[in-house]
Design a binder for this molecule. Structure first.
Ligand code: DQA
Length: 146
């Protein structure tokens, strides 16, 4: 099985960006963690990050036929992007929505997500460990739906 781990805008600044909210772990630490966990659970992962909405749409479109599942932290585009929602609808890959912070415990504008309606499920509030939880959840979901 193959998973795409896709991070959106400002997540390249992880570790230094508002560490009181997002923690001190850097994006490359997160990606290393994911690769190590992938080996443990017997999947392959591709990690990617972009600050650009259209580039994220391209990644999701290209995942079709290449990846069985996607873990997406769309950052602020979560709350604004119909384009990402439509791209997810158009791919057959199963997608887990991920946020480091608990978006429902924050400002009202973060409570709405265009990703949730097209996701298998949502993990938020567990910091960088959420990526590991998402990988396990996706793996189990794909096993069940076989
Ligand atoms: C985030 C939450 C979003 O509201 C925010 O815009 C981000 C990060 C998270 O991981 O907690 O950039 O997706």
């Amino acid at each position: 099985r193959s998973f795409l781990i896709l991070n959106g805008p400002n997540l390249n600044l992880l570790g230094t960006r508002q560490p009181e909210i997002y923690g001190h772990t850097t994006l490359s630490d997160v990606e290393d963690m994911c690769r190590a966990h992938a080996e443990k659970i017997g999947v392959t992962v591709t990690c990617s990050q972009s600050n650009h909405e259209g580039a994220l749409v391209d990644e999701i479109q290209n995942a079709r036929g290449r990846h069985d599942g996607i873990i997406l932290n769309a950052g602020a585009y979560t709350h604004t992007s119909i384009a990402l929602m439509d791209a997810i609808k158009g791919t057959e890959a199963q997608l887990v929505e991920l946020h480091l912070s608990n978006i429902h415990a924050r400002e009202a504008f973060r409570h709405q997500s265009y990703i949730s309606p097209v996701a298998v499920g949502l993990i938020c509030g567990f910091g960088a460990h959420g990526y590991i939880l998402a990988m396990d959840a996706l793996q189990r979901h794909l096993e069940k739906s076989l």
